[in-house]
Ligand binder design. Structure first.
Ligand code: PLP
Length: 378
């Protein structure tokens, strides 16, 4: 139940990758037939990904994943503009936040919008934060710790009305909720294959006006000079297959199924005294349920106890799972630091069953109680 950290690869994606490793292994920049076969695979995959997002092929650039796509937008705009003000939120993934902090150290000014208790930032907040020298707005589509879904069309419209580029980190949303870049109204959108059953180390950036973003990785001039390095063609083909699987009918079945499982988990766990739902009650990722548990000291105790019982969950984001610090997301949402250190995130996939959810519901009261008793013994 930790699919937001990463998901198992889809059989279809794996099958296409194996085929591509065998038949399309060439270097797509080579002009001979082996290279051109790989080039064909690459461009077909670009078209499939563009179609799934409602974009044009010319707007899709392949990267090594969500982190690179996020870094690229912030650093790229900063290099182009040289100075100015960036608006983002206090609950972004570190791929955005750390970059924003570094830019601040280099003389840019940064405003981090504070979300409300449920994790939302509002169009009014964004409107008030924008300045004449604002060069970029970056707001994530779905939060990776609590799953809250922002109203991206409303936020992007505000930036667009002022001709300010708008980026969204949609790493947790792509493949999980219906998304269309035109309806969102964004200029840049980051995605990562391993979050929707594609392979790891592959992602993409949707870029509405490619000329607005300088390249960060220089070399052989691949990706129309925007991102050098020999393309990971089998990985990209796997990403296209996985995304197509999610979007082409998969979502229609998955969303109600996961919403039902998620809400069953939420109803059951919030029935335990001292277990609080974090994030929005309904405007959240279909498979993501997140909680704070009073009186247990640190979530790693619960994560370990559940692991011993054969259940994999996370304390928040996978990359900070080993940290003793409270989640910056929960603190920004106004949870006190003590409670923010006791967060649990369940992220479900269609392979999870109602029986598994019921097993967790049966386990949790005992696991929490045992931990609380241990805690009070100290
Ligand atoms: N953005 C968000 C919201 C994420 O959840 C993650 C990964 O957990 C990333 C960015 C980084 O993506 P990647 O692992 O592909 O670098």
């Amino acid at each position: 139940m930790d699919h937001a950290a990463t998901a198992p690869i889809s059989e279809k994606a794996l099958g296409e990758m194996v085929r591509c490793y065998r038949e399309g292994f060439g270097n797509p920049s080579a002009i001979h037939s082996v290279g051109q076969t790989a080039k064909n695979e690459l461009e077909k995959a670009r078209g499939r990904i563009a179609k799934a997002l409602g974009a044009h092929s010319s707007e899709i650039f392949f990267t090594s994943g969500g982190t690179e796509s996020d870094n690229w937008v912030l650093e790229g705009i900063a290099r182009k503009k040289q100075r100015g003000h960036i608006v983002t939120t206090a609950i972004e993934h570190n791929a955005v936040l750390r970059m924003a902090q570094q830019l601040e150290e280099r003389g840019f000014s940064v405003t981090c919008l504070r979300p409300d208790r449920l994790g939302f930032v509002t169009p009014e907040q964004l409107e008030a934060a924008i300045r004449p020298d604002t060069i970029l707005v970056s707001v994530m589509t779905a939060n990776n710790v609590v799953g809250t879904l922002q109203d991206i069309p409303a936020l992007a419209a505000i930036a667009r009305a002022r001709r300010i580029p708008f980026h969204t980190d949609a790493v947790q949303a792509v493949g999980h909720v219906a998304l269309n870049v035109r309806r969102l109204g964004v200029d840049y959108l980051s995605l990562s294959a391993h979050k929707f059953r594609g392979p790891k180390g592959v992602g993409a950036l949707f870029c509405r006006m490619p000329n607005t973003l300088p390249p960060l990785i220089l070399g052989g001039g691949q990706e129309r000079t925007k991102r050098s390095g020999t393309e990971n063609v089998p990985g990209i083909v796997g990403m296209a297959a996985a995304l197509e699987e999610c979007v082409g009918g998969g979502l229609e079945a998955a969303v109600p199924y996961l919403t039902d499982l998620r809400d069953r988990l939420i109803r059951g766990l919030t029935g335990i005294p001292g277990v609080l739902l974090t994030g929005a009650p309904s405007e959240r990722l279909p498979g993501l349920a997140s909680f704070a548990v009073e009186g247990i000291g640190h979530s790693s105790f619960l994560v370990n106890a559940l692991n011993e019982a054969g259940v994999c969950v996370s304390s928040g984001s996978a990359c900070s799972a080993a940290s003793k610090e409270a989640s910056h997301v929960l603190e920004a949402m106004g949870l006190d630091a003590r409670l923010a250190r006791c967060a649990l995130r369940f992220s479900l996939d269609t392979e999870n069953t109602r029986e598994e959810v019921d097993r967790v519901l049966a386990l949790m009261p005992g696991v929490i109680e045992a931990q609380r008793r241990k805690g009070s013994a100290f």
